[in-house]
Each structure stands twice: as C-alpha cells, then as structure tokens.
Design a protein around this ligand. Structure first.
Ligand SMILES: C[S@@+](CC[C@H](N)C(=O)[O-])C[C@H]1O[C@@H](n2cnc3c(N)ncnc32)[C@H](O)[C@@H]1O
Length: 222
C-alpha cells in the first residue's frame, strides 16, 4: 500500500485473509494485539461518535458499540466488512458499516481509531493518512492508535522487538500487503500534527517480556 489508494493486490490479500486474520494475529502476538486494541476502550464513552478506520474484523468496534458509542466501521476490503456485520448480528448490536476508502470519507468524529492501520503505508502515505484522519477528529476529540511500537528497554529486549517486527514485516511484504518501511515513531508524528499524547500503554509479548505493541491516546486541542 504505497500510496493514497490501497493497491489491488493488497486488497485481494486482505479479502482472502479476512477469515483467518484474527487467528493469525492472536497466534503471532500471543493475544496481545487484541489486548492492545481493547485497552483503548477506556477512552470511548456512551454517545461518542466513533470511527474505526481500516476496521478489519472489528472485535474492538463491537465492544465500543456495547459501551453505547455511535460507531462507524470503514474498510476497503468487503470481506472484512462482512465479518464485522456478522459479529454485530451475533451480538444483536448495530453500527454503520462503510465499504470504501478512508481518503473519500470526510465526516467529523469525537473519536477516530486507527488500529494496525497506519503501518500499512510507506512513510509519505502514512503521514498523509494520519493527517487526513486527524482532520476528521473534532476539536477536543481523541485519536486512538494501537500498533507496533519502536523498541523499548534493555538492549536484548530492543533487539528482540526489532527482530519480531522484521519477521512480521517480511511476511507482510511477501504477501504484497505493505512496502518495506521502518517502525514509525507515532508519538512524534502525532505531536508534530498538534495533538497532545494523553496516554501511552505498552504491551509485552509475554508477562515481563519485551515490549512489542502500544496503545496511544492523543487529544486534539480545542
Ligand atoms: C492490517 S489491517 C488492520 C485491521 C484492524 N484494524 C486490526 O487492528 O486488526 C488493515 C486494514 O485496513 C484496510 N484498509 C487498507 N487501506 C484502506 C483504505 N485506504 N481505506 C480503508 N480501509 C483500508 C484493509 O482492508 C485492512 O482491513
């Protein structure tokens, strides 16, 4: 996904992967991807108008609906949207589902969530995508991002994190999903766009192990 539009090969792969996506990420992350995404729910309240962009299979979006948020789920892959639809139906919950490109979406939200999404773009594409999404957050609203983190802690821990990400990125690259890119320093990107980081929570691959994921909550000034 080098540029504005996700390319057709990447899109086909996301569609093909939709049914196995949760199992693969749970295995690779030892369940931490899910924990990291669910942690951001503390920044979402009843009545909040929330956008999940590149929602994927939507586990955390369904939980936001359960909390009483007014949720919109947007994804370019129709198979991902269908999984969110059936997840909602199974739980007798409702959300607005949009099959489309987030660059064509221009509504304002209290909260915009972009989980494991910005790292699908090359550096220029990532900055454009972040800028567009931050533009959708109303003044005083929140931008929530759960994603991989730059390595933290001791040298062996940082080495492990870098190696863990490299394997995931290499597989993703071979699948045609992402260009080869560095691990982004999201706090710096968001602060450069005028956001204030209000919380940064790290997630280790196992208890006491190296940190690999982060849940970031940023606020747009009034
Ligand atoms: C790596 S997955 C992340 C899915 C989910 N947010 C998660 O945390 O597991 C990226 C998702 O973004 C979607 N996507 C990619 N480019 C998009 C775009 N331009 N607009 C909307 N969705 C897009 C893909 O179809 C895919 O479902």
């Amino acid at each position: 996904m080098a540029d504005r539009q996700t390319d057709a090969k990447a899109l086909r792969t996301f569609d093909r992967m939709a049914k196995v996506y949760d199992g693969l990420t749970a295995f690779w992350s030892n369940g931490r991807v899910s924990r990291c995404k669910l942690a951001q729910l503390e920044h979402i309240g009843p009545g909040d108008k929330v956008l999940y962009v590149g929602v994927g299979t939507g586990e955390e979006a369904v939980e936001a609906v359960r909390k009483g948020a007014d949720v919109t789920c947007l994804d370019l892959a129709s198979e991902m949207i269908e999984i969110v639809r059936s997840r909602l139906a199974k739980n007798a919950l409702e959300a607005r589902l949009i099959h489309g490109d987030m660059f064509d979406h221009h509504e304002s939200y209290d909260v915009v969530c972009a989980n494991f999404f910005l790292d699908c773009f090359d550096p220029d594409g990532m900055r454009r995508a972040a800028e567009h999404l931050i533009g959708l957050v109303r003044p005083g609203g929140r931008f929530l991002v759960s994603d991989v983190t730059t390595p933290q802690g001791s040298l062996p821990a940082r080495w492990f994190t870098a190696a863990h990400h490299s394997v995931a990125f290499a597989v993703s690259r071979l699948q045609g999903l992402t260009p080869w890119y560095p691990v982004y320093d999201y706090p710096s990107v968001f602060e450069a766009s005028g956001l204030e980081i209000v919380e940064r929570e790290f997630f280790a691959l196992w208890n006491g192990g190296p940190v690999v994921y982060q849940a970031l909550a940023a606020r747009k000034p009034l």
